[in-house]
Write a protein that binds this ligand. Structure first.
Ligand code: ARG
Ligand code: ZN
Ligand code: CA
Length: 265
């Protein structure tokens, strides 16, 4: 009904000069935008691997992403900001200091980069993360100064330093799903089957799947088809995830008509 929504993106590459590979090149950044535009339009070639039973549920979200062409002052930009840091890596919360610093990568005062206005741009920070983390996101409705997604440099895009098995650009697909109000497909209930993702067309499933699972994988009495582990909101390897559902699109639409309505203009 609403047609295609295009989200302007700014990518902040925060890198330590002693590790030049952290300063990923433009080509790798463009490859990430390309992946997002395939995945969110259900134009990704691997969508053909969706099991027959779930093909009718595959959604073209009608959301596209474009590197910003105007900065907040209206000047031309390529949508890529490069910032040097003295930090070796960025924890989601730095509790080596008191009081702990949340999201150090998201502010220049803490060795990161300040966001562009978060009601006009999707801010993506690309950096060295800690604790084996591939990325994390802020849900809609949170503090504006930390709104956006953070992605590990070697899990960004599908070329350059992108490293197997997270070299398909799907970490950003997943994290932007959270930014658009999607929960994990298993409902984050540690196998209890008691909570779900608030989406009716995704089967209730027990816990996260990893690697490249074999279909079907049955949990929470969800047979015969089992978990929809090939959904972007599971934790499988990049080559094993390739769909959003119609129900997930509805949640993203509600987000774009609500908390993130500024992007609809
Ligand atoms: N926040 C999740 C993590 O750090 C992201 C998982 C993304 N999965 C993927 N196949 N790229 O583990
Ligand atoms: Zn997640
Ligand atoms: Ca569900």
């Amino acid at each position: 009904h609403r047609g295609v929504v295009t989200i302007p993106v700014v990518v902040h590459v925060v890198h330590n000069p002693t590790n030049p590979e952290q300063n990923i090149d433009d080509r790798q950044i463009h490859s990430q935008i390309d992946v997002l535009n395939l995945d969110y339009r259900a134009a990704n070639p691997d969508v053909s691997q969706v099991p027959e039973v779930w093909r009718p549920l595959v959604a073209d979200t009608q959301i596209e992403f474009r590197l910003a062409t105007q900065d907040p002052l209206g000047n031309p930009t390529d949508g890529i900001i490069r910032v040097e840091t003295g930090r070796e890596f960025f924890p989601a919360v730095d509790d080596s200091v008191s009081p702990p610093v949340r999201d150090p990568v998201k502010a220049s005062a803490t060795g990161g980069a300040d966001p562009w206005p978060t009601d006009q741009y999707l801010n993506m920070w690309v950096c060295q993360l800690g604790d084996g983390l591939l990325g994390y996101a802020q849900f809609p409705g949170g503090p504006p100064q930390t709104d956006g997604v953070v992605i590990l440099n070697s899990a960004f895009g599908n070329t350059g330093t992108a490293a197997f098995p997270f070299d398909g650009g799907r970490t950003a697909t997943h994290e932007i799903g959270h930014w658009l109000d999607l929960f994990h497909i298993w409902g984050d209930d540690d196998g209890a089957c008691s909570n779900d993702d608030r989406v009716s067309d995704t089967p209730n499933q027990a816990d996260a799947n990893r690697g490249v699972p074999a279909f079907p994988h049955i949990t929470c009495d969800n047979g015969p088809n089992g978990d929809m582990f090939m959904n972007y909101m599971d934790y499988v390897d990049d080559r094993a995830m390739f769909m959003f559902t119609v129900g997930q699109k509805e949640r993203m639409d509600a987000c774009l008509e609500g908390a993130r309505a500024a992007f609809l203009v």
